[in-house]
Write a protein that binds this ligand. Structure first.
Ligand code: ZN
Ligand code: ZN
Length: 446
């Protein structure tokens, strides 16, 4: 990029203010009447072409923005920009002396100048002053302010660097997209999981409201996981479907609505079939380390909803059953063959679980077998096999609880045959893993 030619190079640091003002005047002179000589630029790009000229003028514009902030900061430090005999606010002072901001932008300059007074924002200030980051994108500081209390110790410089990089390329809106990813990577331990688990309590589907003309309106609120699952299922179903070569004229919203009905129709029609095939539509990638150690997050692949981050325990639960296809990546990004060969219970195994458990095995729950997931007592991510002694039926709600509270269950043989017994102490699953690890080392040949 031409960006490297921007600015006056390192030497400009030695210039006095008087010398700089001369050069500012010269630059302004150079721009006046530029339009009357622009025709001299050769056609077809190149370093003398119009595209390069545009880049140079733009860099000057960015430098001007940064210059306004720098001047304002000095005025703020001296107390010249507010109060005084005219009793101006700082924004009024900016509008008064930088008349181009009368149409807007003064408030942004003030907030950036204020933010640059804080030491934590030094990297953003540096990026603006060196002409890397437009002042307009320096709003990343407010995004950083929101993230700061959520971050693990020592993570802030990385996060700020990530935000600046994103803002350089995509502007401030790009930074909001980065939020979940940054929390997953640099947030306090378990934070993304906590946030996403809390999101579940906001799930709502309203009663139908009569909207007239024989139509009904619903309001639907979903958590991140729910959105990812719904979007993955709707994606292929809501694609435009041409009829006899004619374009599909349905609006996107209309197609999504139709797809939702199709989805429900299929689920209801599945009857006593295990019906796994329609579920496996959500593709996830996650690093081997993160999956094993329950860190970071998995990322959804494909479709409009690609790039959504899912917290680790959520991923482990989804991997138990057929809701997702996990793609586990090794340290160099290579696809790994993680887990016991068969991740899912076969249809025959699932039906035997239906027969054995008769429904959700969580104490006090009566959910029927068709509405349950087949949970792996030792999680797939911890190399639990897909066999009947490692399986237990759980309804969606209890499946979530078993994973978030890390509960251990085991298959016990009683007078009425085999049944699943749960240890409802939080973290009992971790104790189970520790015992397993200990007995594995004990039985290993010396
Ligand atoms: Zn599970
Ligand atoms: Zn249940």
């Amino acid at each position: 990029m031409e960006g490297n030619q921007r600015g006056g190079g390192q030497a400009s640091h030695c210039l006095s203010l008087a010398e700089r003002r001369d050069r500012i005047a010269a630059a302004r002179e150079a721009l006046q009447g530029l339009g009357s000589v622009a025709w001299q630029a050769p056609s077809g790009g190149g370093t003398d072409g119009l595209s390069a000229l545009m880049g140079e003028v733009d860099a000057l514009g960015m430098a001007c923005d940064a210059g306004r902030v720098a001047v304002l900061r000095e005025a703020m430090n001296r107390g010249e920009s507010s109060g005084g005999s005219a009793a101006l606010t700082t924004a009024q002072w900016v509008r008064h002396h930088a008349p181009s901001t009368i149409a807007g932008g003064a408030a942004a300059i003030v907030s950036i100048a204020t933010a640059f007074g804080k030491r934590v924002n030094a990297p953003v200030k540096e990026a603006v002053e060196s002409g890397r980051l437009p002042v307009r994108s320096a709003a990343v500081v407010s995004e950083a302010d929101k993230l700061r209390p959520l971050l693990a110790d020592g993570a802030e410089p990385h996060v700020l660097e990530g935000l600046i990089g994103m803002a350089e390329q995509h502007g401030p809106s790009g930074c909001r997209l980065l939020r979940d990813g940054l929390i997953a990577r640099y947030g306090r331990e378990g934070l993304l999981q906590d946030q996403q688990t809390m999101g579940k309590s906001f799930i709502r589907l309203s009663q139908p409201q009569d909207a007239g003309a024989s139509t009904f309106e619903y309001r639907l609120t979903l958590d991140v996981e729910g959105k990812a699952i719904l979007e993955a299922a709707l994606g292929p179903l809501s694609a435009p479907k041409p009829v006899d070569g004619e374009r599909d004229l349905r609006s996107s919203d209309r197609r999504r609505g139709d797809a939702l009905i199709t989805l429900v129709r299929r689920a209801v029609a599945a009857g006593d079939e295990v019906g796994k095939t329609n579920k496996t539509t959500l593709l996830l990638t996650m690093s081997h380390e993160d999956l094993k150690d329950r860190l970071g997050a998995a990322t959804t692949l494909g479709g409009l909803d690609a790039g959504t981050h899912l917290a680790p325990e959520t991923v482990r639960r989804l991997c138990c059953d057929g809701s997702v296809i996990p793609i586990v990546l090794g340290g160099n990004g290579e696809v790994m063959n993680w887990g016991i060969e068969k991740r899912l219970f076969t249809d025959a195994q699932t039906k035997r679980l239906w027969l054995r458990d008769g429904g959700c095995t969580y104490p006090g729950c009566g959910a029927p077998p068709q509405w349950t997931d087949a949970h792996h007592l030792v999680h797939w991510a911890d190399l639990g096999p897909s066999n009947l002694t490692n399986g237990a039926l759980l309804c969606e709600r209890h499946h979530t609880i078993v994973h978030t509270r890390r509960l251990a269950g085991r298959v016990v043989r009683g007078p009425l045959g085999e049944r699943v017994e749960w240890d409802l102490t939080r973290g009992s699953y971790d104790d189970l893993l520790a015992r397993r690890a200990a007995s594995n080392t004990a039985t290993e040949p010396a």
